[in-house]
Design a protein around this ligand. Structure first.
Ligand code: DU
Length: 229
C-alpha cells in the first residue's frame, strides 16, 4: 500500500456515525459564500510530500475548509495562516491554499489531521479520535518523518497511543502541551522522532495574538533544524 491507496481507502470511511452525519449535513446545507460549490463532505486525507521528514499534525478538517475543498487546511482561515508560514519557511510553493487544483505543493512537509472528518464545533469526541487513529498510524508508517509539528493540545494529547502503536517508547508521564515545547522519543530500532508543539493557528489564537507570525515562523525554523540534524 502507498499513500495514494491509503488516501483512497480512508476517503470511504463511515466509521463514526456522528461525524458522517455532520460532514454530510454541512455539505448539503453549505455556507452562503460557497452556495454554488459542491462540497467534498468526506474524510480528508493528508496532503503534501510523500517523502516528508516534517509532518504537521492538526486536529480535524474545518467544516467549510477541508470538508468543502477536499484538501486539509485548504479554504479556511487556519490554513491561510499555516500555508503562509510554510511559504515563508520555504516549504510551500505558494503562500495560499484555496482549492485542490491551485497548483500548491509542499516540499519536505506533509499535513495530516488526528481526525479525518469535520466534527461539530471543531471538537471530536475521544471515541472518534480513537476510531480514526489507525489511519494516522498507517500514514506515519508510510512517511519518513523525523519531526512532528503538533498543532494544539488535543492533537498533542492524542499522540502517545498513536506513537506507541508505531513501536516508539513513550515517556511516562508524557510532557504536557505548551507552545514551543519539544520532546524526542526513541524507537527500539534506533530511530528517533522529535515532537514539537505549537499553538494551533485557529482564529481564536491568531485574532487574539496568542499565536503570532513570528512565533509560527520560529516553530518551522526549529522543525527544519531538527529534521536536518
Ligand atoms: O501528482 P503528484 O505530483 O503525485 O501530486 C499529487 C498531489 O500531492 C498534488 O496536489 C501535489 C502534492 N504533492 C506535494 O505537495 N508535494 C510533493 O512533493 C508531491 C506531491
Amino acid at each position: 500500500e502507498d499513500l495514494a491507496e491509503l488516501d483512497a481507502r480512508s476517503s470511504c470511511c463511515r466509521a463514526c456515525p456522528r461525524l458522517v452525519a455532520w460532514r454530510e449535513k454541512v455539505a448539503a446545507q453549505r455556507r452562503r459564500a460557497f452556495a454554488t460549490e459542491t462540497y467534498w463532505g468526506r474524510p480528508v486525507p493528508g496532503f503534501g510530500d510523500p517523502a516528508a521528514r516534517i509532518v504537521v499534525v492538526g486536529l480535524a478538517p474545518a467544516a467549510h475548509g477541508g470538508n468543502r475543498t477536499g484538501r486539509i487546511f485548504t479554504g479556511d482561515r487556519s490554513g491561510d495562516w499555516l500555508f503562509a508560514a510554510l511559504y515563508r519557511a520555504g516549504f510551500a510553493r505558494q503562500p495560499t491554499s484555496e482549492r485542490v487544483d491551485d497548483g500548491q505543493r509542499l516540499d519536505g512537509v506533509r499535513l495530516v489531521a488526528v481526525v479525518r472528518c469535520a466534527p461539530p464545533a471543531n471538537k471530536p469526541t475521544p471515541v472518534e479520535r480513537d476510531t480514526c487513529r489507525p489511519w494516522l498510524v498507517r500514514e506515519l508508517e508510510l512517511l519518513p518523518a523525523r519531526v512532528l509539528v503538533v498543532l494544539g493540545g488535543f492533537a498533542w494529547q492524542s499522540l502517545p497511543p498513536t506513537l506507541a502503536r508505531l513501536g516508539f517508547l513513550i515517556p511516562r508521564p508524557f510532557p504536557s502541551f505548551g507552545h514551543g515545547r519539544s520532546v524526542t522519543i526513541a524507537h527500539p530500532d534506533g530511530r528517533r522522532l522529535h515532537l514539537l508543539a505549537s499553538y494551533h493557528p485557529s482564529q481564536q489564537n491568531t485574532f487574539t495574538g496568542k499565536l503570532t507570525e513570528p512565533m509560527l515562523d520560529a516553530i518551522f525554523h526549529r522543525a527544519r533544524q531538527l529534521a536536518d540534524a
